[in-house]
Design a binder for this molecule. Structure first.
Ligand code: 5GP
Ligand code: ZN
Length: 106
């Protein structure tokens, strides 16, 4: 657990963030600096730094977050969308707390 981690703080509800979705494993909210008309972040409640740190025991969390992305896209009736996981500094990752980007031009 990283106490100073911004996504830990947000997912604990300490930053007054509007959640589009919340369940026992993850939260979803708007990216502060959107790069698409729809740009949401699916963020785990548990602190896992990146996909590169994932273990077999994280399979349920990771697949759950992917299914949440798909359900939200369906709820929002997005005609098409992308899900991205920036991994490692060289992969463009800035926040080392695992999250999926859900982006769509719709
Ligand atoms: P990544 O680590 O996947 O490259 O990017 C992190 C993403 O989180 C960026 O798109 C950035 O705009 C977003 N972000 C960073 N800090 C905050 C924050 O405090 N609130 C929100 N809503 N988004 C953030
Ligand atoms: Zn964290």
């Amino acid at each position: 657990m990283a106490e100073e981690c911004i996504f830990c703080k947000i997912s604990r509800g300490e930053m007054d963030t509007d959640f589009i979705h919340e369940d026992e494993q993850c939260v979803v909210f708007n990216d502060i600096n959107p790069k698409a008309k729809t740009h949401l972040l699916i963020v785990s409640k548990r602190h896992l730094p990146s996909l590169a740190d994932a273990k077999d025991s994280d399979a349920d969390l990771l697949s759950h977050m992917l299914l949440v992305a798909g359900k939200i896209a369906k709820d929002k009736e997005l005609k098409g969308y992308r899900v991205q996981i920036h991994t490692g500094k060289e992969g463009g990752q800035e926040i080392f707390h695992i999250h999926y980007h859900l982006m769509s031009p719709f």
